[in-house]
Ligand binder design. Structure first.
Ligand code: PMP
Ligand code: GLU
Length: 398
């Protein structure tokens, strides 16, 4: 008997979470591993947000919340969308989920029929491809490289659209490249989309607040896309709340209702306490976000300097998020002191984990095999130590 469904057998494990897990296991066995694999802020959740969660417990927010989230939270999200993004949404158009991950997956499940094509620029965040697979869609990848700052052009988008295209997914600021599309670049993509009114857009804006080039623009500000776009965001990255699991989608009513129906059968609402914490995040003083952003910027400057000193690494200065994604293919074909040949970026990531005790993620997981991802959501001291080790280990490759 084949116990497991084809669906789950075909699904790949999340490489980011797997690398982080491996690094935690090594750490537990007493090895001093520096974890630059998983992307999550190392800051503690700001105090006023934690206080709001405690208050919610004491005020007995212990019952099932409405499936799409408390109205007060959805109103706070609408206010944020209006004030920060000049986007007008009503609370009925907002669905809160267990992290942006669930919001993304539900959005795809509500849009995709078997065989529908989903256009995804590479490098992409690991989970996009697997989510499309779950929805029985077909991913259509647009390759980018460091020479065009890992961004697609309007011409590339036009060339990728077919009569089967259902969705175009964009992540800006990008995980893993850190690239941010400018207003002009987004306008050029929007103009292509204007020609194809049946293509729906998913705009993943989870790193919105971690930008080093000023305010991040959204494709949703193009009015003619407003009735065919889902804006995905949440509190995980900007407010250092990865473990609270609150993300959301803002989208036309017909899709919002469908997502709520799916979520109602699947997980129901996200945790009541975490929702109240997220509400405090959106209603409170945002200076905590700016403080963390500034620290990420200092770390970005440091890690780019250090990575550029590594022979053979080609490093783009990221505009946002907290990853660098250097080209590392210079090391492919080289041999480790143990006699093993480094065939690809996953081999290189494993070599660095075993020999430098630094966890990273090979670019294969993000659809660009010649690169490797390092998260710099950790202290400057650890970043410096990690790159000293990486340099030492890479020098042993012959
Ligand atoms: N989109 C991208 C690009 C991400 O990097 C992440 C982080 N895991 C998510 C979505 C999901 O965020 P969350 O932790 O809120 O589920
Ligand atoms: N987005 C983070 C990363 O890419 C968190 C891990 C995950 O959910 O994949 O590392």
């Amino acid at each position: 008997m084949n116990l497991l469904s084809a669906r789950i057998q075909n699904l790949a494990e999340s490489e980011t979470l797997a690398m982080s897990q491996r690094s935690s296991e090594l750490k537990a066995s007493g090895i001093d591993v520096i974890n630059l694999s998983v992307g999550e802020p190392d800051f503690f959740t700001p105090k006023h947000i934690k206080e709001a969660a405690k208050e919610a417990i004491d005020s007995n927010f212990s019952f099932y919340p409405p499936v799409s989230g408390y109205l007060t939270l959805r109103k706070a999200i609408c206010r944020k969308l209006l004030e920060t993004n000049q986007l007008q949404y009503t609370p009925e158009q907002i669905i809160c989920s267990n992290g942006a991950k669930q919001a993304l997956c539900e959005t795809l499940l509500c849009l995709i029929n078997t065989g529908d094509e989903v256009i995804i620029p590479a490098p992409y965040w690991v989970s996009y491809i697997e989510m499309v697979k779950l929805a029985e869609g077909k991913e259509v990848i647009i390759k980018t490289d460091i020479n065009n700052n890992f961004k697609i052009t309007a011409e590339q988008l036009r060339a990728a659209i077919t009569s089967k295209t259902k969705v175009f997914m964009l992540c800006s600021p990008s995980n893993p490249s850190g690239s941010i599309y400018t207003r002009e670049e987004l306008s050029a993509l929007a103009e292509v989309l204007r020609e194809f009114p049946d293509v729906f857009v998913i705009s993943d804006e989870i790193y919105e607040y971690i930008s080093y080039v000023g305010k991040v623009s959204s494709l949703a500000t193009h009015n003619f896309l407003k009735d065919r776009i889902a804006v995905i965001n949440g509190v995980s990255k900007g407010y250092a709340m990865t473990g609270w699991r609150i993300g959301w989608v803002a989208t036309p009513l017909v899709l919002a209702r469908a997502i709520a129906k799916l979520q109602g059968q699947f997980t129901s609402a996200a945790s009541s306490i975490a929702q109240k914490a997220a509400e405090a995040a959106y209603c409170g003083d945002n200076s905590c976000v700016e403080q963390m952003r500034k620290s990420f910027e200092n770390r970005r400057n440091l890690i780019v300097t250090l990575a550029r000193q590594i022979p053979g690494f080609d490093v783009l200065t990221p505009d946002g998020a907290f990853y660098i994604f250097p080209v590392c293919s210079y090391y492919f074909g080289k041999t480790t002191p143990e006699g093993k040949v480094i065939e690809n970026s996953s081999d290189l990531a494993m070599y660095l984990l075993d020999n430098a005790h630094v966890a990273s993620v090979g670019g294969d997981a993000f659809g660009v095999g010649e690169c490797i991802r390092f998260s710099y959501a950790t202290s400057e001291e650890l970043i410096t130590k990690a790159f000293r080790r990486i340099d030492g280990a890479l020098r042993q490759l012959k």
